[in-house]
Design a protein around this ligand. Structure first.
Ligand code: SAM
Length: 479
């Protein structure tokens, strides 16, 4: 195509007269194109498909092979309309200079983002949204189907893209083509009276537009919201954003979810979460089996929802890398998986992002050995030392016993990570004490009669504060 030619949008249709109201000189689009101050460089060409029928009856359709209702638009007729009516008549070298779009219910769903993208790809003015990374702009051909649709072979060979305007069936592609054109071309300079209108409209930033008001100020006893007549631009903008968010949340939860995710992503980008302050890397294991019962026998306990939630929150608060729930019972794992499946989902992230964040640390495992393999796999084969906790001390553990600070120091010198194990029931099974590298000094409590029965979730929180709390690192100590 030579430089002097305008960019063009071609419309192939059996009903060109449908387009008169949209493209006639009284329409906003035609007026914007005619105004030289807008610097637009675009024209429309309508092609009557019937002119390319190739038979004296002007018939463009035929009955479907294999039977069925209605008629199908013939591939050879559409091929001529495109190749002769557009490529040859338009002076193109070949079809690759065009983007051929068939309006079709099975096509890609049309929306505002696609409208802008397509407008850019047509490039209707020399300096409209210039994007040097793009290929050369290609003129657009919109094909409007009729009857029961178009022969599949034409679509396969000549159509670049199929676009749908919604999940419903229109009697023809003309209304779909008009919807596409109208929603796309209103972004052109000069089409909307006020350029800002397009920016504030529904679906921009995944939000619906805030409710709008005009005169009279009081209508059937209802007044326009006071902020809108306050004259304070900042307050008005805030009010409109809040109204917009509220309305989207209420009427279009799907859109609101997208908005929320975009906001969240932006937040994460601008204020990245600080990595855990603690070094070495810490993992926590809550053992349900093997543990002791009150008779000292080895048993497996049931998983407690409250422990899972509360310990996950403590882990997240103290920068623990992962929280393993250790149970060999398959049914318990299934139960947990169901619960975690919800909390790790996008909708839980929307409902309670902090809880989603904490529960995302939870992993399931059959045994301590399996946890160590899982850590090894994700930890570049870094050394992992196992530290156990217990409410009581025994002489046999003396050599492994460490205070919190001794343990942290040894791990730091050694460059190892730590798996900290807590037992449910009446504590960890003796075999776990034997295989552990360290045992942490117990939480002694302060009751005069030595009552000492903490829940495991309380014990976890106390150990965490002792080991990694701000006071230990000196952050909040007075100078
Ligand atoms: C009656 S429809 C054909 C429907 C087709 N038999 C089917 O079930 O998918 C005739 C023409 O209208 C257009 N059309 C119908 N619904 C549309 C939609 N939702 N989006 C875009 N074009 C549509 C297409 O061009 C189609 O060829």
């Amino acid at each position: 195509m030579t430089e002097s030619k305008k960019h063009r949008i071609w419309i192939l249709t059996l009903f060109p007269e449908y387009f008169t109201p949209l493209l006639s000189s009284s329409g906003v689009i035609a007026r914007a194109l005619a105004d030289p101050s807008n610097g637009l460089d675009l024209e429309f060409r309508l092609v009557q498909i019937r002119e390319w029928a190739g038979n004296r009856y002007g018939s463009v359709d035929d009955s479907p092979y294999g039977g069925g209702p209605g008629m199908i638009m013939r591939a050879d007729v559409l091929q001529r309309a495109l190749m002769e009516g557009v490529v040859t008549a338009g002076g193109y070298q070949d079809r690759s200079q065009l983007q051929v779009i068939y309006l079709s219910p099975r096509g890609k769903q049309w929306n505002g983002a696609l409208a802008k993208e397509k407008l850019q790809s047509v490039s209707c003015s020399r300096d409209f949204w210039p994007d040097p990374s793009r290929d050369f702009p290609r003129d657009m051909v919109l094909i409007c189907g009729r009857y029961e649709g178009v022969d599949e072979r034409f679509i396969k060979k000549y159509v670049d893209e199929e676009i749908s305007i919604g999940d419903y069936i229109l009697s023809g592609g003309e209304i779909a083509a008009m919807a596409v054109l109208d929603s796309m071309l209103r972004y052109l300079p000069g089409v909307l009276g006020n350029a800002e209108s397009a920016i504030k409209e529904s679906f921009e930033d995944s939000l619906l537009e805030a409710p709008q008001y005009t005169r009279p100020r009081i209508f059937e006893e209802e007044e326009v919201p006071a902020t809108l007549i306050s004259g304070h631009h900042k307050e008005i903008a805030e009010y409109q954003l809040n109204a917009s968010v509220g309305l989207t949340k209420q009427l279009r939860p799907d859109l609101y979810q997208r908005y929320y995710q975009q906001q969240n992503k932006a937040e994460i980008k601008t204020s990245p979460k600080t990595s855990p302050k603690i070094s070495p890397r810490i993992y926590l294991g809550l053992v349900h089996g093997p543990v002791k019962n009150k008779l000292g026998e080895e048993v497996t306990t049931s998983v407690t929802n409250l422990d899972v939630h509360d310990i996950a929150r403590s882990c997240r608060t103290y920068g623990v890398s992962a929280f393993f729930i250790i149970t060999p019972v398959w049914a318990q794992q299934q139960l947990l998986e169901r619960m975690l499946g919800y909390w790790k989902s996008d909708s839980a992230n929307l409902y309670n992002p902090d809880r989603h964040d904490a529960l995302s640390l939870v992993r399931l495992s059959n045994s301590v050995e399996e946890v160590l393999r899982q850590i090894d796999h994700h930890n570049d084969h870094q050394k992992v030392k196992v530290a156990v906790t217990s409410a009581t001390t025994s002489g046999s553990m003396a050599a492994k016993m460490r205070t919190d600070q001794q343990l942290l120091q040894e791990l730091a010198t050694d460059g190892s990570s730590m798996l900290l194990l807590f037992g449910t029931g009446y504590g960890l099974a003796p075999s776990l004490f034997q295989s552990a590298d360290y045992c942490l000094t117990p939480i002694y409590g302060a009751a005069e009669d030595n009552y000492n029965h903490l829940s495991v979730r309380s014990a976890v929180a106390i150990y965490f504060e002792r080991l990694f709390g701000a006071a230990q690192s000196g952050v909040f100590l007075p100078k």
